[in-house]
Design a protein around this ligand. Structure first.
Ligand SMILES: Nc1nc2c(c(=O)[nH]1)N[C@H]1C(S)=C(S)[C@@H](COP(=O)(O)O)O[C@H]1N2
Ligand SMILES: [Mo]
Length: 200
C-alpha cells in the first residue's frame, strides 16, 4: 500500500458545526447583557398570552406537572461558539401553546424575561418539537448565570433567541423586534444560513 511520507490526516471539520462556528468543547460560556437576577423558583411563573383562547400562567410546580421532555444536541451562539452534544430537560413549548389554544395559524412570539430582555421568534420556530422551557442542563438544575430557574431553549436558532429567566411568551399576528434584534441582530437567526445581522 502506498503511503505518502509526511502525510498527516487533516482533521475533519465536525459536520455539526454551522459555518463560521467553533467548538467550545466542555466549556459553556456565559453571555448576559443584564445583571444576573436571583429568581426564586417558587415565585417564578411562565405565562402564554396574546392571541390565544386561554391566556395561562403556570407556577413552577404546575409547569413541572406537565409532560416533560429533553433536547439532545447542539447550541450555537452568534459570537461564533457552539457547544456540541449537550442536553437539557424541561417542557416543550408545544405543551404550553396547546393548553393556551392558539388563535392564529401563523404568526410570531415575543419571549420576555424577568429582566425585561425580549426576543422575537416566528411561531413555527417554537412549535413542532423545536423549543422548550428548560430548567435542567445535563441532569442538574439550570444555574442562575445560564438562565435558571428556567430559560427558553430554541437550539436550532442562534442562542440569543433562547431567553434566560423567561417568564412570558406572547403570541402575535405580526413581528416586533426584541432586544438584540433592535440592536442589529437578525430577526430569525438560523445559524446554518449565517443569519447573524439584519440584512444577512
Ligand atoms: N435574559 C437574557 N437572555 C439571554 C441573553 C441575555 O443577555 N439576557 N443572552 C443571549 C445570548 S446572546 C446567548 S449566546 C445566550 C447565552 O446563554 P448562556 O449564558 O447560558 O450561554 O443567552 C441568550 N439569552
Ligand atoms: Mo449569543
Amino acid at each position: 500500500m502506498a503511503v505518502t511520507r509526511g502525510f498527516t490526516r487533516r482533521r475533519e471539520r465536525d459536520d455539526r458545526l454551522p459555518p463560521g462556528q467553533y467548538d467550545v468543547g466542555a466549556d459553556w460560556p456565559v453571555l448576559t447583557a443584564e445583571v444576573t437576577p436571583n429568581v426564586d423558583p417558587q415565585r417564578w411563573t411562565i405565562s402564554v398570552d396574546g392571541l390565544v383562547a386561554r391566556p395561562t400562567t403556570w407556577t413552577w410546580d404546575q409547569a413541572h406537572a406537565l409532560p416533560q421532555s429533553e433536547y439532545h444536541g447542539d447550541i450555537h451562539c452568534v459570537t461564533t461558539w457552539s457547544k456540541l452534544g449537550t442536553w437539557f430537560g424541561g417542557v416543550s413549548v408545544d405543551v404550553l401553546l396547546d393548553a393556551a389554544g392558539l388563535l392564529v395559524d401563523s404568526g410570531f412570539v415575543m419571549a420576555t424575561s424577568t429582566t425585561g430582555y425580549t426576543t422575537n421568534l416566528p411561531l413555527d420556530d417554537v412549535r413542532g418539537g423545536k423549543a422548550w422551557i428548560a430548567w435542567s442542563h445535563e441532569g442538574t438544575p439550570l444555574t442562575p448565570d445560564h438562565g435558571g430557574p428556567a430559560r427558553l431553549l430554541v437550539p436550532h436558532l442562534y442562542f440569543w433567541k433562547s431567553a434566560k429567566w423567561v417568564i412570558r411568551l406572547t403570541v402575535m399576528d405580526h413581528d416586533e423586534q426584541g432586544f438584540w434584534e433592535r440592536n442589529g441582530y437578525h430577526d430569525r437567526g438560523d445559524p446554518w444560513l449565517e443569519q447573524r445581522y439584519q440584512g444577512d
